[in-house]
Unconditional design. Structure first.
Length: 281
């Protein structure tokens, strides 16, 4: 497995692979890999000839008071995990390789980015769609893999790829969870032991909401309130948002019909965790 820092070098390797008729699978990440990322890499390995992983903590998608500087970084650990999961190439560019002096171009997906995490993290999705477009242009994948844990991100990327006629398939894989239900996230390492113990309340609340819906609840407000009540009972948790939306446009809904996305963001101290479930009635 090779680690490549320059865009030109990666381009040449991919060009050579394409000349040999190889397909390219791509998993974009910010590193500090966990089982969620590894499940994407394994799927990419199964479906493509060449598997590329990018590790780039993208400054553009962090707000000024967010955790860009603290974001966990460990290339050695990531390399070992990635290689074991079948990765062929790690693209690990420096910030100035991705955003050289004079950089002035941004990609914005409208509407889908206005609610949920878009409302509490202004500019976040513009940073994500800009860097992902650049990465797609550099890697030119046939297939790219994202996790359902970042449900809004996955929908935004799908929309962007369709709207901008990107010639690739976006594959979204299920959220991978710890044994107690906490969604895997690189940010879980920030949690204190007490916060870590409390954090499974997110998934438990989502499962309870699912259960109420199964029993016949159809009011989105009632489901939302039930989750808010549950999480508010945990003193270490502070709710950022709880949303019940449709699954394509991410608009808040009144009644739960067909499919709905229940998504939330909750802070434990400085750490902001997200989770979601899809429900079908
Ligand atoms: O999900 C992430 O890790 C990031 O948002 C992504 C897609 C790698 C873009 O920086």
């Amino acid at each position: 497995m090779q680690t490549i820092r320059e865009i030109a070098t990666l381009r040449q390797i991919i060009k050579d692979a394409r000349h040999r008729g190889q397909t390219v699978g791509f998993v974009p990440t910010m590193g500090f890999l966990h089982e969620g990322h590894l499940s994407l890499l394994r799927r990419a390995r199964a479906e493509n000839d060449l598997v590329v992983l990018s590790i780039f903590v993208n400054p553009l998608q962090f707000g000024i008071n967010e955790d860009y500087n603290e974001y966990p970084r460990d290339l050695e650990r990531d390399s070992a995990l990635a290689e074991e999961a079948g990765c062929d190439l790690i693209f690990y560019p420096a910030v100035k390789e991705m955003y050289p002096r004079g950089y002035a171009t941004f990609v914005d997906v409208e509407r889908l980015t206005s609610g949920l995490c878009g409302a509490s993290r202004p500019g976040h999705f513009r940073g994500v769609t800009t860097v992902v477009t650049k990465l797609f242009n550099i890697v030119t994948p046939d297939r790219t893999y994202f996790g359902q844990k970042d449900a809004q991100q996955a929908l935004v990327i799908r929309r962007m790829a369709a709207d901008l006629n990107m010639d690739l398939e976006v594959i979204v894989m299920p959220t991978v969870r710890e044994h107690d239900g906490l969604a895997m996230s690189s940010r879980n390492v920030y949690l204190s032991p007490e916060q870590r113990k409390a954090a499974p309340i997110l998934y438990q609340s989502l499962l309870q909401a699912k259960e109420s819906i199964k029993k016949g609840e159809r009011s989105a407000a009632a489901v939302r309130n039930q989750i808010i009540q549950n999480i508010s009972a945990e003193p270490l948790a502070s709710i950022d948002y709880v949303s019940v939306t449709d699954t394509t446009e991410l608009q808040e809904i009144d009644r739960i019909q067909n499919q709905a996305l229940i998504a939330l963001a909750v802070r434990f101290g400085q750490t902001r965790l997200i989770d979601n479930i899809l429900v079908e009635v």
